[in-house]
Design a protein around this ligand. Structure first.
Ligand SMILES: *Cc1c(COP(=O)(O)O)cnc(C)c1O
Length: 376
């Protein structure tokens, strides 16, 4: 029985040829390809904001936080249900991630709970576009302005999405994407910050290159900086030409990937509706490009469903465990909904190479298993 993977890099001959082109040109580091990738992302997002590519989505979050001045002694509000990257990016600045509970309908940061977590040290809030949905973001900006906080959006799941008819990434003050191997598009590994704040953009451009001032301009002109100054902390976080070349080819495929991902998610939703003990989230599948298909399994059956899928050679995942239960980030308070979701969440296979036949197999396996559990 063929293995059905949960997620997968979908790359082909176009990406191979692009890599060969960079290798033949003999300039693998950060140069023209990265500049072109940034320009093409701007065009895709129809944005006048600055686009800055880096080597991971985590680096994008870290640099964004550093650029707004988050550091030791500060606190940043984050939803507990997210990839640990969100928490570690805050840690990397020396600040403390403060876990907030999430909403039950869309696993979005719960602002009522966030309000309880405010302190004099709170500097920023980092909402996560869980499952590619960012409904509720307007309220986050209102909350932030009420309490004088900066907003950094973790949009690792939502490249290519719309919200209320507007492309995510077009207008935001500071938003971070990920292009790791399994995200909506990939550059091998990679990420980008898109920002309307020119001061933040300048700081990030320097900080991705060890803080070497204006090194970005030099590299895009095919030159190096020999005499330079460094005035702020920096990291080795830039993107390479090799990565950008893959990303540029993937960007051409985003509409195709988006169609397939949407169609798969919508079919799951229709076909699994009415299966006992399953609950679905309230995502707007006509606007988002779903990076994952998470759902809730009630009745304590989640782990049994994982096992049943596994028996049929079907991978599944958990997006995510609550971060406030991890040793490094353990809180002395509860996040009730996050803890409940931690035991109920399952994600089922979703990537552009899942065939109709594969999807039928997944649906059938889930329906059979759940009916069995219900009657047991
Ligand atoms: C993937 C991901 C990241 C980090 O991106 P990388 O490119 O893997 O470093 C951050 N936040 C969330 C929610 C993610 O899913």
């Amino acid at each position: 029985m063929k293995k059905i993977r949960l997620s997968k890099s979908v790359v082909g001959d176009e990406e191979k040829r692009a890599i060969a082109r960079v290798i033949d040109a003999g300039y693998l580091g950060m140069g023209k390809e990265v500049q072109l990738f940034e320009e093409e992302i701007s065009k895709f997002l129809s944005t006048n904001n600055e686009v800055i590519c880096v080597n991971t989505g985590t680096a994008a979050l870290h640099l964004a936080l550093q650029a707004i001045g988050v550091g030791p002694g500060d606190e940043v509000l984050v939803p507990s249900i997210t990839y640990v990257a969100t928490f570690q990016a805050v840690s990397a600045t020396g600040a403390k991630p403060i876990a907030c509970d999430v909403t039950e309908d869309r696993v979005f940061i719960d602002l009522k709970d966030a309000e309880n977590r405010l302190s004099l040290r709170t500097k920023a809030i980092m909402p996560v576009h869980y499952g590619s949905s960012s409904e509720g973001m307007d309220a986050v900006y209102e909350f932030a302005s009420q309490y004088g906080l900066r907003v950094v959006e973790d949009a690792a799941h939502s490249f290519g999405c719309y919200r209320n008819g507007i492309k995510v990434g077009m207008h935001e003050n500071i938003i971070c994407f990920s292009f790791d191997g399994i995200k909506n598009i990939t550059s091998g590994e990679g990420g980008a910050i898109v920002t309307s704040d020119l001061d933040v953009a300048r700081k990030i451009k320097d900080a991705r290159l060890l803080g070497v001032e204006k090194d970005t301009d030099k590299r895009y002109a095919g030159q190096r900086s020999w005499a330079f100054d460094v005035s702020e902390k920096g990291w080795r976080y830039h993107m390479s030409n090799l990565m950008a070349a893959i990303g540029r080819e993937q960007l051409k495929k985003i509409y195709m990937f988006a169609d397939i991902r949407r169609r798969l998610a919508q079919k799951y939703l229709v076909e699994l509706q009415g299966v006992p003990l399953l609950r679905f989230f309230d995502f707007n599948y006509s606007e988002i490009v779903p990076h994952i298909f998470p759902m809730r399994v009630l009745g304590g059956c989640r782990d049994s469903l994982i096992a049943a899928l596994n028996d049929e050679n079907i991978e599944s995942g958990i997006h995510y465990q609550p971060n406030h239960l991890l040793e490094l980030f353990r809180s002395n308070y509860n996040c009730e909904i996050s803890e409940c979701l931690g035991n109920e969440l399952i994600s089922i296979p979703l990537h552009p190479e899942i065939s109709d036949c594969d999807q039928e197999r997944v649906i059938l396996c889930i329906a059979e298993a759940m009916n069995h559990f219900k009657n047991a």
